[in-house]
Structure formats: structure tokens, C-alpha cells
Design a protein around this ligand. Structure first.
Ligand code: 13P
Length: 253
């Protein structure tokens, strides 16, 4: 199913608030279907959230180590995530690329580690304002995808999700217009088609992220190549997040 909306809490909430959120989503998820729903929660809460998540909610990590088991203090592996009941992880988020040394090569290694463990990869890509204004947005996104995703074997694409998040739209309240987002999503679909063929390209969920909220979700999600969203600020409160989900045309109530 291409319909997918994922929350990304980033570094927010305490343990009790995380559990309140899970409880707050339960009744809504029991009544609404047709869109896959995920939440990327802070690492300390992963095991508990995965256990307490209501039916219909998949828990994601916001990062993973590319290293296997061993002397890597502070890191956690994809196998560890799997053993906690976590569905997968975000990789390549622009906040990690910009501030935590997630280079294209490091991101690619994390993609491989997740896929080797049989987990879902939510691969984030997107250009800065300067890159967009200098006309390089497509080149930048293509380069990120080439190193992270387009090099994979087609048989590994079943568990890959691509999230286009223009850096200038993240947490700024400045959303890409549905036209701008659709234009980039159409490019991404075309690059997937060239690398893997139409059947795979048509199956990969393409999410938009960047100041997506209840008031603009329906317009964004109505675009041909926008299959859902990766939601930061508007995912922190279950009511707000449900408002975003309710903008999805695939929702059956
Ligand atoms: P905002 O929705 O807060 O702009 O964050 C988007 C994002 O970075 C999700 O990963």
C-alpha cells in the first residue's frame, strides 16, 4: 500500500507523554483504515512504545547504527531494533545530515543495515533554500537518492519509503506548494522507474515532509505522486496528527 503517513517526534516528549500519545491514537486507529500509520519516536522509548502501540500503528526509530554488534559504545543496531518490535527507521533526515555527520556514504550504510535486518527504511532527501534558489534542487535530490536508494537491487525495494523534505520547509511554517512538491515527487518517481522499472516505481511510497499540517495536508496528498507525509510538529499531539491523516484521500472511515 502506497498510502502512508508517519510522524517524526524528533527530540520531544517524556516517557509518560509518549504513552499518552499511543493511548490517544488507539480509538482513532480502530475506526480509520486505508492509510498505513507510523511514528518515529526517541530511542529510549522504542521498546515500550512498540509494545504499547495500538493496533494499526508501526513504531520507527529516528536513526540506526551502520555497525553490527561489537565495541561501538552508544550505537544501536538494526537487529536490536527488530528484537524490540520496531518496524524500521528514518535515515538521512536533513537534521542528521547537517548536524550529526550523516554523509551520503554513512546514510547508505544505514540503509543497507536496515534492509539486511528486514526492516523498513524511510529514506529522507531534500535540498536547502540556497540549492533551490540556485536551480540545483533536482540535482541535489538525485545525488542523495543515487547514493542511498537507486543503487539497490530491485528486490530490496519492497521495504523502502522515500520522504522528500525540502530543508527550507522543515519547522519553518513555510510549506512547499503542492505544485512544487508534486514536481519533485514526479522526478523521484521517474528516477525510480529508470532504476527499477515501472512496477517497482509505482509501488514505492513517496512522502512529503516540511510544515505539513491539517490545513494543507489534503491539498498536498491529492497530488498524483504524493502518497502521504512525514510530519514533524503536527504529529506531536494525537488530535493534530489525526487532522493530518484525515486529509488523506485514501482514508476509509
Ligand atoms: P515539520 O513538520 O515540523 O516541518 O518537520 C518535518 C520533518 O522534518 C519531519 O521529518
Amino acid at each position: 500500500m502506497r498510502n502512508l503517513v508517519a510522524g517524526n517526534w524528533k527530540s520531544n516528549k517524556l516517557m509518560g507523554e509518549a504513552l499518552e500519545w499511543m493511548n490517544g491514537m488507539g480509538p482513532w486507529l480502530a475506526q480509520n483504515h486505508g492509510v498505513r500509520v507510523m511514528a518515529a519516536v526517541p530511542a529510549p522509548y522504542l521498546a515500550v512504545c512498540a509494545e504499547k502501540a495500538p493496533e494499526g500503528l508501526e513504531v520507527l526509530a529516528q536513526n540506526v547504527s551502520a555497525e553490527g554488534f561489537g565495541a561501538h559504545t552508544g550505537e544501536f543496531t538494526a537487529e536490536m531494533l527488530k528484537s524490540c518490535g520496531v518496524a524500521g527507521a528514518l535515515v538521512g533526515h536533513s537534521e542528521r545530515r547537517a548536524r550529526f555527520s550523516d554523509t551520503d556514504a554513512a546514510v547508505a550504510a544505514k540503509v543497507d543495515a536496515l534492509l539486511d535486518a528486514g526492516l523498513v527504511v524511510v529514506f529522507c532527501c531534500g535540498e536547502t533554500l540556497q540549492e533551490r534558489e540556485s536551480g540545483r534542487a533536482e540535482d541535489v535530490v538525485l545525488q542523495q537518492l543515487q547514493s542511498g536508494v537507486l543503487r539497490l537491487g530491485a528486490e530490496r525495494m519492497d521495504r523502502v519509503v522515500v520522504a522528500y523534505e525540502p530543508v527550507w520547509a522543515i519547522g519553518t511554517g513555510k510549506t512547499a506548494t503542492s505544485g512544487q512538491a508534486q514536481e519533485m515527487h514526479a522526478c523521484i518517481r521517474k528516477w525510480l522507474d529508470e532504476a527499477f522499472g515501472a512496477e517497482v516505481a509505482q509501488r514505492v511510497p513517496l512522502l512529503y515532509g516540511g510544515s505539513c499540517k491539517a490545513s494543507n495536508a489534503a491539498e498536498l496528498f491529492s497530488q498524483t505522486d504524493i502518497d502521504g507525509g512525514l510530519i514533524g510538529g503536527a504529529s506531536l499531539d494525537p488530535h493534530d496528527f489525526q487532522g493530518v491523516l484525515e486529509g488523506h484521500p485514501g482514508l476509509n472511515r
